[in-house]
Design a protein around this ligand. Structure first.
Ligand code: D5M
Ligand code: FE
Ligand code: ZN
Length: 551
């Protein structure tokens, strides 16, 4: 079933209102967009709105529309082009129901959204009250907005912003790896009869042994077997995986610095053990995801890259417009998993493709784009490798100056990674730099750019978002390892690789969102074909995913 909604570019109505210092309720914008002459109606609303109002509410619009002398001045430029947003299914995984549900989205009146970098929205930007008051929908011609804020809940766990204690000293590396071994080891110690590395050396040849440790080194031997050195708090011990054993296949999944357990048989001289089985911290098969108690949805996106010449403003505007339509009425949360802006000096020669060269101006432009999103959607953001925070992970949330710039939705700005619980559904948000590493190290069929969610499965299995230290992923040494996946999330959300993919691993929904940036020169040179302009929408009551296309 397809409902055609008269779209008068809600994003443009929002822009107009914010440029005059107002925020607006989503329903208010929807109503304005639906009338014959939205420009005139908007002028009337602003004439009649109380002087102290910061937010244009539905009742303001209703009051203005009900006084029917229609001689308000009319502005020009309200062209509307019906676009078509089709649904795609990047992964026909049987575990995930993909709603086939064509959307009428995409009013993109003009290619350029104004490159306005001013935050001149006056009083409206404090946003505490943006659309947070209950919306009355009686007699609504368009939508029944489901945004009763009382029904919402959003909790953050594991935000390390402001908690950083690392000084970058050697001792901090010792602490972080000790913490990793302790906490991930705890998930394994009950499952094997483990001994410390130094004790194993003293046991009789031929004994059955087990050890819990960090992978220190992986080497192939001249005869094609694998030698894996495990390290624990007492020392190291070498384990040999014979090439024809069933576990040999698992060796190609291993990353340095991950924690696992091995069981095997000691050689006669007790200098090495032959592996009989390997155990990963993993997600227990008994894991049952939680779901929300009502029908409510979250849009999971990332990699907006505002400031890049390849930022797709049209696609973004189409997305923002769609969020103002009745079809999107249940979307009450927007999660942004990093790379809000293109940044400056992130990659060599990046400056040749910058549209905005000043980092703060990039955030101001991003903020203007974010304002087109309905004001009554709860926004959560973590940083990525293009953002203006430290590159080493965990990355703290944005500093005060940047928070000020992006304050319009009163967003939750938290660290990368962080866990956010939406109405009982926990979402682990991580930008995803380690995915490059997983994809580079593992064989194609286990992890590839075309199936980014499969690379995510390995992070879940290792219960760590960035196991390998010293490659792509820069690790900030801290007293504690913030990158451990301590609690199993219901949803794991990453971005970074600019490819869309989702699927389930032991009942955890893994989603890698695409991006809002067309192919860059670098990506062309290495044949990365980004999935740009898609928004995966998750039903929090069922964990079903619908992908909407806006490009
Ligand atoms: O990176 C998007 C994807 O592209 C991610 O998989 C890394 C890769 N990428 C992009 N540019 C480069 C350069 N210059 N070197 C190496 N890898 C790159 P994002 O960081 O989100 O832009
Ligand atoms: Fe990115
Ligand atoms: Zn990135």
């Amino acid at each position: 079933m397809r409902r055609v909604v008269p779209l008068e570019a809600p994003a443009r109505i929002v822009s107009e209102l914010t440029s005059r210092g107002y925020n607006a309720e989503r329903e208010a914008v929807t109503r304005l967009a639906a009338v014959e002459d939205p420009a005139a109606a908007l002028e009337r609303v602003l004439e009649e709105i109380p002087d102290d109002a910061l937010v244009v509410r539905t009742d303001h619009v209703e009051a203005a529309l009900s006084t029917t002398d229609g001689d308000a001045p009319s502005r020009s430029g309200s062209g509307s082009v019906a676009g078509d947003a089709s649904t795609t299914d990047p992964d026909a995984s049987a575990d995930v129901a993909t709603g086939i549900d064509p959307a009428a989205a995409g009013d993109s009146p003009s290619a350029e959204s104004p490159p306005s970098v001013s935050t001149g929205t006056g009083a409206g930007t404090g946003a505490e009250s943006v659309g947070r008051s209950p919306v009355e929908t009686e007699g609504s011609p368009s939508a029944n907005r489901s945004s009763d804020p009382a029904q919402r809940s959003l909790e953050i766990v594991g935000d390390m912003t402001g908690q950083s204690t690392g000084t970058g000293e050697y001792d901090d590396f010792v602490s972080v790896f000790r913490d990793r071994l302790d906490r991930l080891g705890a998930k394994l110690r009950g499952r094997v009869n483990h001994r410390p590395a130094t004790a194993i050396q003293g046991m009789a040849g031929g004994s059955e042994v087990a050890m819990v440790g960090l992978v220190n080194d992986i080497r192939s031997t001249a005869s094609g077997h694998w030698l894996i050195e495990l390290e624990d708090a007492t020392g190291t011990f070498p384990w040999l995986v014979m090439k024809d054993r069933e576990y040999a296949d698992l060796v190609e999944e291993l990353l340095c610095d991950e924690v696992l357990a091995m069981e095997g048989t000691l050689a006669d001289d007790s200098g090495i053990a032959f592996v009989d089985s390997m155990h990963f911290p993993d997600v227990p098969r008994t894991h049952e995801p939680s779901t929300a108690e009502r029908h409510v949805q979250a849009a999971l996106i990332s990699d907006v890259h505002v400031g890049s010449q390849e930022f797709m403003a049209d696609a973004w505007n189409a997305f923002a417009d769609w969020l103002h339509t009745p079809e999107a009425q249940h979307v009450e949360y927007l999660l942004l998993a990093g790379d809000m802006v293109e940044g400056v000096g992130v990659y060599p020669d990046q400056d040749e493709e910058l549209d905005i060269v000043d980092i703060y101006e990039q955030y101001e432009a991003f903020s203007e784009h974010l304002k087109k999103i309905p004001g009554d959607i709860e926004v959560v953001m973590i940083p990525g490798n293009h953002d203006a925070v430290r590159l080493a992970e965990p990355q703290p949330g944005f500093d005060e100056e940047l928070r000020e710039i992006m304050s319009a939705h009163d967003p939750q700005i938290v660290s990368n990674p962080s866990m956010v619980t939406l109405e009982g559904v926990s979402v682990l948000m991580y930008h995803g730099v380690s995915l490059d590493e997983v994809i580079a190290e593992l064989p194609e069929e286990k992890a590839s750019y075309d199936d980014p969610h499969k690379a995510m499965y390995h992070l879940l299995k290792k219960r760590h978002v960035a196991p390998q230290f010293g490659g792509h992923t820069r690790l900030a040494p801290e007293e504690k390892d913030y990158l451990i996946i301590d609690e199993v999330p219901d949803i794991f959300h990453t971005g970074h690789v600019h490819k869309l993919g989702f699927g389930k691993y032991h009942d955890v929904l893994a989603i890698n969102s695409g991006c809002w940036q067309a192919q860059t020169d670098f990506q062309k040179s290495v044949n990365i074909d980004p999935d740009a302009g898609f928004a995966p929408i998750v039903d929090l009551d069922t964990l079903d995913v619908t992908v909407r296309k806006f490009s």
